[in-house]
Write a protein that binds this ligand. Sequence first.
Ligand code: GTP
Ligand code: MG
Length: 603
Amino acid sequence: MSVLLQTGKVYLLRKQFNNIFSKCIFYRKKSDVSRKFVTFDEIVALRRAEARRSLVVQVNSESSFNELHGYCSKYASINDIHHYRNSGGEHFMLIEFNSEENLKDVLKSCSSHQKDVDVMGVQSPFLWFRASSGVREKYEQSIKQLAVKDGSKSVNEEVLYEELLNCDSVSDQIQMLYDRTVLNDIGVRLRYMVARQLEVVFSSLYANIRVQPFGSSVNGFGRMGCDLDLVLSNNLDEHNLISFVTQSSQKHRLVYQEKKSEGARSPSQRHMELLGALLELRVPGAGRVQRILNARVPIVKYSHELADVDCDLCCNNTSGVYMSELLWALGALDARVRPLTGAVRSWARAVALTNAHPGRWLTNFPLTLLVLFFLQQKQSGPILPSLNYLISLAGKEDIRVAEENLNCTFLRDLNKLPTDSYSQNDDDLQTLLFKFFEFYSQFEFQDKAISINEGRAIRKPNSLPLYVVNPLEQSLNVSRNVSYEECERLRLEVRNAAWHLESCLDGHKSDDWGILGLVEQKSSRGLKKLLRVGNSHRLVSVKDLFKDNDDVEPSTEGIRSKMEKFKKVDKLTDTNKEKKSEMRFKNSQTAREVFRIRRNKLI
Ligand code: GTP
Ligand code: MG
């Protein structure tokens, strides 16, 4: 950012960029004044530079701020310090220094590692702050404050649902759901730090190493806590394999001797095996390493305990990054795309159409393509252009070729896009969500395929139940795993959702009105709904729902009528407490849910 800082004017981006990326302030040359959109490459460069001058330091608590700030300021000037806790409750400070040079000075000052025979020191941007020994140094109170405290804490769902309940319109609910759950600044910073750590640790093993996040961490559709997809590549030219082969390589006369992979097994699998071992042995914070080597793209999964992120690492899968760039660009074109997609993703998770584990069901990626495709429909004015249109406008600077000569060329700079090719209707988010469900309740899944390249349905080339064309490799179906039953469930659930939203149009706000009835987990929805009492929507005490005598057989009476009874009893709280304690649950699943809620102290 500092380079950009020197060159010119400050631009706060429009509200439509009100997300992880756009919360940054961008600095551009004066000649760029008319530009409305920033490119994906600009954002990535900014985040990578930020990571190169940042460190993550484990501390005792947020009150370590002053001491850490004072100590580090002795070596280098600090831009900002962000505090977060991981799920183990440990405290960390992400420090952004003024320059990469500054950070090198700090690293030179680091003491060696623990003098433990089993531990071999390794350089990485993850450190810890040792308590001072002997006389404690005194640091003046810093004028700076923590930039953020407890920054990676996810929103409390119950609080969020209460807020959603109090919104004025479904559109407001959708926007609020997005604002409260979108991957925030520290979430993005930490993901780039995890990528940076691999670059630092592996840099002498892989020349020109570049480890880049892709998927929802960077494509603008990520939520707090989303996984981190990482790709390790070591191309001399970052972007263009063609130019690497034809031009750039000719300029470089000194060439690295290479190590060819020996042995019968596939070199890519062996590399992934090696990366798995290195992660286990040499990467601080990396744990629970799993190798998935027989997949089309072999990956190593691991959990980064210091950054609190689950990671999927693969090699040389640049097309994944270009795919993220495409999704990012389409999401940036219109302010409604990301909140709408967020609502659809939340709904799909709640009705169990999607699932984090691979299987015969839909995943977030094809689901996102379904939303983008819907927004390309021309009936009431398209909100997004087709990919073919973006390809037709591409120039020389947009040429990208990924592995296996996959052409990933499309217009990158959206400022060049004619303004009448996008945002061509004024539908609010509520209308769009309703139309999305309606559109797919009528979609002819048995004959038609979804293609964001065309922006219109095309004939299905085979009889797989759901066909979503891979935008960058059109001969592939990104939903090939989806079973007939799951596709049928999709059709059923979109109809249910359309029906639910339509029933909200009468203006009556029940306690699952609007988006609430769509995004609360089905398993707990009924229960939570019943636990909200009257207009105050307060939750009743769960312990009151159980009989003191635990070995009594569960009653067969319906939960609804029991809750009704309970509500009546609740009104008489002061006068007749015993009646309350007669509450029993019909089935163990409900009881478990109540226990879960009680355990989480939500009530
Ligand atoms: P969540 O992780 O669920 O939040 O979403 P995600 O978009 O990150 O999806 P996922 O982690 O499953 O995949 C990461 C990225 O890999 C996606 O964003 C796509 O760019 C790419 N990807 C996922 N599935 C496929 C597929 O079937 N084919 C291809 N070519 N790319 C895929
Ligand atoms: Mg992902």
